[in-house]
Structure formats: C-alpha cells, structure tokens
Ligand binder design. Sequence first.
Ligand SMILES: [Zn+2]
Length: 106
Amino acid sequence: MAKLSVKKNDQVLVLAGKNKGARGRVLRVLAADNKAVVEHVNMIKRHTRPNPPKGIQGGILEREGPIQIANLMVICPECGEPTRVGRARLEDGKGVRVCKKCNAKF
Ligand SMILES: [Zn+2]
C-alpha cells in the first residue's frame, strides 16, 4: 500500500466535493479506505432517537464524514501554501515529507 501523504493534525485544502476550497485540520486518517476526516468538512447529519435512560437527547447530530484523501492537498506548515509533498529520508533514517514549493521538511 502506498504511503499516505496526509497525517493527523495536518492542515489540508479540500479540492473537490461540496466543501471544495475549504481548509481544515485532519482529525483522523482512515488508511484502509484512503479517506480522512477533516474538521468542519463534509458535515453529515445523523438523526438520533432520544434514549433518556442512556442520557441521549435525540435530535439531529452533525459530525464530520470521511472524504477521499485524493481530494485533499496538504498545506505546508512553513509557507502556508497547499502543496504536493515529496518524501525524503533524514540521516537518522526518519522519513519526512518535503514541500514541493519551499522545500521545507515536515
Ligand atoms: Zn512550503
């Protein structure tokens, strides 16, 4: 499986779908599905029945739905630009991502 370019807590730009152009923080990466959950992006409504014994109020709950990682672009923490990322290996063998715009490693 190819290494994913998106990691938890990355800032990403949404490239497609109803939230195209939105930016947000990655809350979760679903590697097996090639999807990620991004804060405030792809909000889906879930209707919940009240269940007082369990303390559930009921009503409509909004939460983020997963979106395809292919539709996300990482925002470089250095230059703040959405960028493609390359990969590099540090001297200690640690893999890092490289911003194709400013060459920052992160
Ligand atoms: Zn950069």
